[in-house]
Design a protein around this ligand. Structure first.
Ligand SMILES: NC(=O)C1=CN([C@@H]2O[C@H](COP(=O)(O)OP(=O)(O)OC[C@H]3O[C@@H](n4cnc5c(N)ncnc54)[C@H](OP(=O)(O)O)[C@@H]3O)[C@@H](O)[C@H]2O)C=CC1
Ligand SMILES: C[C@H]1O[C@H](OP(=O)(O)OP(=O)(O)OC[C@H]2O[C@@H](n3cnc4c(=O)[nH]c(N)nc43)[C@H](O)[C@@H]2O)[C@@H](O)[C@@H](O)C1=O
Length: 317
């Protein structure tokens, strides 16, 4: 539902997870909102620790909260660190949402993920498909924690009248992404591995899985813009998908990333690695109706992400 514009100007706005890809993009986007941005370093506030979270909220009393902090990773990380993914993400959602209620936060946005939808959901996936079928096994713990976060926000709205909303971003990539060789998502992983293959002159580079799954990719800076737009304009207990409305196969993505990086060797596929969900394209009808559309093409976004990877690598060298 389109709510009366929630004004961010002059407000104390807490971005939980500000050092991450999404949190960093939201902080950059908030520079245009004339608000007071608050952040907390993990060293001072471990969001899994309720007492630390309560102490921080009592001292800082944010009026608006973007909950972008989470334990996040790709298909391999989710599949092998199952206990960490469910524990950390349940704890973070529970502590931050409850503290926001206790200390009078006016508006909170919880960031979920499209892995909350059934493995074989009807495509494109509309918001009504949550809990309508079995989840994808490789990221089920993470998905359960995200669904719990959604239900927390919805329940605090229904019982206490809190203006807490939940958004479901599709697969993301962009500035400040996680380039860990095993634990990252597909886009940063392939940027890093095709770059390394180009530098080393490797004759071929193996992409995980069959190459046939389809994924939708939204650029991080676009996502941040969508989050700020919805924080100001959306107020209801239904989910809002955030996506671009079109997808590619992993094979097409790999070919695009190889071209972007300038890798000219052979691209092979490693069937010993999991494919995960066969397709995850979100229905963006509700988002479009709320007045927002993505603007960065995959080709342009990949060029910017690769440039960011190169500058990060130079800084780290
Ligand atoms: N990346 C993607 O493809 C997608 C992401 N999302 C969602 O977007 C949000 C952000 O994801 P993304 O930016 O990619 O993730 P990142 O891993 O880049 O950032 C996560 C942030 O959360 C912080 N964090 C994690 N655990 C704790 C903790 N215990 N205490 C304090 N801070 C903590 C991290 O802090 P530190 O840097 O100190 O570790 C980091 O700043 C998440 O909710 C994720 O589920 C949704 C769909 C797709
Ligand atoms: C956002 C979403 O992200 C995760 O779901 P996912 O989309 O399946 O994750 P992914 O990006 O890691 O993989 C997408 C596809 O890409 C293939 N693939 C090829 N080569 C590499 C590769 O080198 N690394 C990775 N990670 N994947 C590769 C991989 O085999 C798979 O078929 C959830 O865990 C969860 O975090 C979530 O909600």
């Amino acid at each position: 539902m389109l709510g009366a514009e929630y004004r961010l100007a002059g407000k104390k706005v807490y971005v939980a997870g500000h050092r991450g890809m999404v949190g960093g993009a939201i902080v950059r986007r908030l520079a245009r909102e004339n608000c007071i941005v608050q952040t907390s370093a993990r060293g001072e506030v471990d969001l899994r620790n309720q007492a630390q979270v309560d102490r921080w909220f009592e001292a800082n009393r944010p009026q608006a909260v973007f909950l972008a902090a989470a334990k996040v990773g790709g298909i391999h990380a989710n599949n092998v660190m199952r206990a960490e993914f469910i524990y950390d993400n349940l704890a973070i959602a529970l502590n931050v949402i409850h503290a926001a209620h206790q200390f009078g936060t006016e508006k909170l946005m919880f960031l979920g993920s499209t892995c909350i939808y059934p493995k074989l959901a009807h495509q494109p996936m509309d918001e009504g498909q949550m809990l309508q079928g079995p989840l994808e096994p490789t990221n089920e713990p993470y998905a359960i924690a995200k669904i719990a976060g959604i239900k927390l926000a919805e329940s605090y709205r229904r019982q206490y009248g809190r203006d807490f909303i939940s958004v479901m971003p599709t697969n993301l990539y962009g500035l400040g992404d996680n380039y860990h060789p095993e634990n990252s998502h597909v886009v940063p992983a392939l940027i890093r591995r095709f770059h390394e293959a180009k530098v080393s002159g490797a004759p071929s580079m193996a992409v995980w899985g069959s190459g046939t799954p389809r994924r939708e990719f939204l650029y991080s800076e676009d996502l941040a813009d969508a989050c700020v737009h919805l924080m100001k304009s959306y107020s209801d207990d239904g989910l809002v998908n955030i996506g671009v409305g079109r997808d590619v196969t992993i094979r097409e993505l790999a070919e695009l990333i190889a071209a972007t990086v300038g890798y000219t060797g052979a691209i092979t596929f490693d069937a010993s690695k999991p494919d995960g969900t066969p397709r995850k394209l979100v229905d963006v009808t509700r988002l479009t109706g709320l007045g927002w559309k993505a603007s960065t093409s995959l080709a342009d976004g990949l060029r910017q992400a690769y440039a960011d990877f190169l500058s990060e690598s130079r800084r780290a060298a």
